[in-house]
Write a protein that binds this ligand. Sequence first.
Ligand code: 6PG
Length: 388
Amino acid sequence: MPQHADLGLIGLAVMGRNLALNIADHGYTVAVYNRSVERTDEFLAGEGADAPIVGVPTLEELVQALVQPRVVVLMIKAGEPVDAQIDALVPLLESDDIIIDGGNSQFADTERRTAELAEVGIHFIGMGVSGGEEGARYGPSLMPGGSTEAWPHVKDIFTSIAAIAEGEACCEWVGAGGAGHYAKMVHNGIEYGDMQVIAEAYDIMSRGLGLDPPALQPIFARWNTGRLDSFLIEITADIMATLDTDGAPLLDKVLDAAGPKGTGKWTVVASMDQAAPTTLVAEAVYARIVSSLVNQRTTASGILTGPHGAIDDDIGAVVADLEDALYASKIVSYAQGFMLFEAASEEFGWDLDTGTIASLWRAGCIIRSRFLADITAAYRSNPGLSNL
Ligand code: 6PG
């Protein structure tokens, strides 16, 4: 096979497929490989049919299809599968080829892989990718870090596919080693915190004020036009308005138990390591753990009836206070997250630019918000800012 693909991508689950389509939309030829060939065939017969995407059945053919230096993006499950995939790829690659891990990997693994691969002449980039399926397809927030030397070779590709905020691509080099995945980890921790404080505001309005989801929809929609303007508030309003087929609010039928994949916990562990308190993220992680104790909560709810309808203050005043409280909580949480970056930067010698990290989160990612434009502006107008 002639060497003609600009980039290889391994892993055609939802994030991999959408990232491949996004890259192909920007004029790059992508060679894709998936462990089960059926998934590659299905992708190429469906969504990938009219795009400059070629499917390859083996890793050997993937490597042969790529222009040099070869760029191979891994969009596979974090953890051991990444090491196994790297082990399978390395013997097929040559010096100066580049492997990019776009999964939610532990930053310490990325740090280790960058160093190990450098010893055999391969560049490694651990890239945080945020925005879910929609972001991957039309513009994610990208947080690359790792082998600094490799970045100029792939910068144009990733800058072109990223979300745009205030005219700038949400893709910039974060730092050496595990810095990119560290940024994604903290992003996710903050995401947990944002979701938790929204859930608490919902809970106070739902159980305390006795408002049902349809009555809460306009409140969240209005909040989304002000300083809380963000993706998570926007979709909360949408969720409030979503009805089941029987016309009842769907939310009331969803089991109130949430499991974590791990990034929130990692943020809290990292914050302990750095003695940088991310208290709001920690409470959010604990709240998820409590949520999963369904049996114990069910038993307790038969004994403790809770404050249903217990707030008899003026609804408008309580809602206004909650809006202020949410905003204050965000200030606390983001200030804590950026304190963690400062501490980690010092510890690992990453020279992180907090203003740049804030700028990457203005669009494309799950925590995108107007607030992040304010934080970016704060750091840009005062680069020496020691604390938000
Ligand atoms: C993103 C998200 C995405 C996902 C996390 C967290 O930035 O696109 O953070 O990565 O939401 O995997 O998942 P859990 O909430 O299930 O831990």
